[in-house]
Design a protein around this ligand. Sequence first.
Ligand SMILES: [Zn+2]
Length: 299
Amino acid sequence: MKLKTIKSKIGNAIITQIVETDINDAMPIILPDATPEEMKKIEWLDKPYRTDDYLMNADSQAFFIEMNGRLFVVDTCVGNEKEVLGFDGFNNLNIPFLEAMEQAGIDRTKVTDVICTHLHFDHVGWNTYKENAKWKPTFPNAKYHFAKEEYDYWEKDGFKNHALGPIENVSFYESIDPVVEAGLVNFIEMDDDLGDGISVKPSSGHSKGHINVHFIAGDETFIIAGDMCHHPCQIAKTEWAAVIDYDRKESGVTRRRILGELSGSDILVTCTHFCSPSFGHIDGNESDGFVFKTVDKSK
Ligand SMILES: [Zn+2]
């Protein structure tokens, strides 16, 4: 089994995406408004983001970014041997992800920074791996940056009250607590500067403390926007919320605000589950619908 790996260059950044698995089957459950009939109405929405039958294609993937002497990972998929009860497609995975990293020339001991756009189980999994029945940090020399707001929400309220609470409780035990206990976590503000042209900006709605990651890569800028959208169709239909959004209304407000800011600019944007080519420009406006114009930066 060989995992799909995509290398791209944006400005002075080298980006390697490693696709853990597709999440096509889960998409109609996550975004129930995006029926084939409704998807057909979005004229610019083409393959590879949809099938011939207008079903959504999407991936679980991690973004590795080499830039300005640092090696970042943004979002770390589901991970192996993780307990994700109720989601058979994600439970107890056994995928050669670490091998795929090696094949892509990524030395996990050289990763300097891990950023999780939010702390849902499918964005934190490879924070750790199991060795001798213990969870160990996958990136032992990295700082793991988590938004304090997001972490506190789950600890104080989310485990009890959010639909994903029971899964998140286990996910924290497997993928978050071990890196906290190892002293590797840097709790950040939702609007924070990580140095060398990398910053995070608030994009709450899908989760309480959701952040987008901005990279100023020399003469080009790009953003990895986590689950601000699960699929490009939400760029056209900003009101289509994910069933697991913390606040469905706020997630739409956030999409309209940020897409409005990006529209017409040369800033490249992607969201974590967009399949490749994942980056594009935003055009259009709120009343006629925003447009995603794919820019293939792979090499
Ligand atoms: Zn996700």
